[in-house]
Design a protein around this ligand. Structure first.
Ligand code: GDP
Ligand code: IMO
Ligand code: MG
Length: 423
């Protein structure tokens, strides 16, 4: 039995939470492998909406175990809020949610450092979710971080104090106006740690590899998207982890030869929240329609998402870097009603047509070159059968499949669990 991966192929918010929830009934274990509460994964079923930030999207299913892997960074305060939101659903959390001892902790001062760093950048800011992700991964790779397993040691508060003291000096160094009350932040943090400690901390790489030996099925749930990957995304406007397939190996301790299917998930158009290049971004009525019909507001920060046509140059790149074996197309319903739909098939880069993602993609040096399609008028949201999909949509999907050379296996036609068509 192999480990399958589910990864966002764009700039995040493709609909990963929804599809993990849809697929969970096929798996024994759902595992998050990177990122932290910068993620916001939305699940809708039985008329209720749920947004998860750190907890894997398999948590609502009776039989699935959920693992927060070593590659994840955890903010106990946000984690506590997520647990509180789940408390009304009669889920036996401590028997089905496990946390890696090697996952790193986001301290209150990591959040402050994130804010200070962004403030110091002025117009060049990344547009971070300000959840402390960058500073926490910096401490991890700088070998100064605090891990979940440290909380089992007697001297963890000393380690905490030493690191926090250092952070305060760094915040001063930024010389920007950041107001905070450390005593309040710490009270909230220590309280949340007590709650977190009620959950099982595990050596998750052992747990997962034993599960593989026992023939259990595992789905690794990505956060963010390939274009936000620290190595392959639109650097520096990226997040601080490897969101791509290889990140699942390091973020869970699973060897590459254990990976089976790689599910790549993308919106039928493109969105991006935060700063950075976005070649197909629209500033016209079409973009406004996508934003309105698609309710394009960040699930974590509530910020409006920038919208634009599908970028097949970027999608093909993401498919290649991840080794995607099956595609899932989300939000096709949002494109109903457009007379013409465009997809970017190459770029004009500094006056030359290119078909790959260039090194220094910047707003002023890349113009998309589009192929146009006739749109469809039918409302897709109540369709349940692939045979009822409009001919124009099938042509759109066929073009995408031919372009990136991977089949589209799921077409999502609405936010609800049930609005999912298998191909
Ligand atoms: P994630 O971060 O990849 O899990 O995605 P988000 O939850 O941040 O954003 C996806 C948004 O689109 C959520 O509001 C979902 O409820 C919604 N959504 C998911 N699939 C569909 C779909 O096929 N159609 C529509 N209209 N909305 C969808
Ligand atoms: P999910 O898992 C969309 C973006 C931020 C910012 C950049 C860096 O819901 O798809 P960070 O807080 O990581 O320092 O922010 O990355 N970003 C996301 N955009 N979806 C996400 O997660 C994101 N997580 C981070 O907006 O541009
Ligand atoms: Mg999201």
């Amino acid at each position: 039995m192999a480990v399958n991966l589910l990864l966002g192929l764009q700039w995040g918010d493709e609909g990963k939470g929804k599809i993990v929830d849809v697929l969970t009934s096929n798996y024994d274990i759902i595992a998050r492998f990177q990122g932290g509460p910068n993620a916001g994964h939305t699940l809708i079923f039985d008329g209720q909406k749920h947004v998860l930030h750190t907890i894997p999207s398999g948590i609502f299913h009776k039989n699935a175990m959920n693992v927060v892997g070593n590659g994840v960074v955890i903010d106990p305060v946000i984690f506590q809020k997520e647990l509180e939101n789940l408390s009304k659903f009669n889920i036996n959390i401590s028997s089905k949610l496990f946390i890696s001892r090697k996952a790193h902790l986001i301290l209150p001062t990591h959040r402050l450092l994130d804010a200070a760093s962004e403030a110091s950048k002025g117009k060049a800011k990344i547009g971070s979710t300000l959840k402390g992700i960058g500073p926490t991964y910096m401490d991890k790779t700088g070998r100064n971080g605090m891990r979940i397993g440290d909380l089992e040691l007697d001297d963890w508060k000393e380690k905490y104090s030493a690191l926090t003291e250092k952070h305060i000096k760094m915040i001063d160094f930024y010389d920007v106006d950041i107001e905070y009350n450390l005593a309040e932040l710490e009270a909230e943090f220590f309280n949340a740690i007590d709650i977190l400690k009620q959950l099982p901390f595990i050596d998750s790489e052992e747990f997962l590899n034993n599960a593989i030996k026992e023939n259990k099925s595992i789905l690794a749930e990505g956060a963010q998207g390939s274009m936000l990957d620290i190595d392959f995304g639109t650097y520096p406007f990226v997040t601080s982890s490897n969101t791509t397939a290889a990140g699942a190996c390091t973020g869970l301790g699973i060897a590459p030869n254990k990976i089976g299917e790689v599910f790549g998930i993308f919106k039928a158009y493109t969105t991006r929240v935060g700063s950075g290049p976005f070649p197909t971004e629209l500033f016209d009525e079409n973009g406004a329609t996508m934003s309105k019909v698609g309710h394009e507001f960040g699930a974590t920060t509530g910020r409006p998402r920038r919208c634009g046509w599908l970028d097949l140059v970027a999608l093909k790149y993401a498919v290649q870097v991840n080794g995607v074996t099956q595609l899932m197309m989300m939000k096709g319903d949002v494109l109903s009603g457009f007379d013409t739909i465009k997809v970017c098939t190459s770029y004009n880069y500094k006056g030359t047509e290119i078909s790959h993602l260039p090194y220094n993609i910047e707003e002023h040096n890349v113009t998309p070159i589009y192929t146009e399609f006739k749109g469809w008028k039918e409302d897709l949201t109540s369709m349940t059968n692939i045979k009822t999909l409009p001919k124009e949509l099938n042509e759109y999907i066929k073009f995408i499949e031919d372009f990136v050379e991977v089949p589209v296996k799921i077409v999502s036609v609405g936010p609800d669990r049930k609005q999912t068509i298998m191909r």
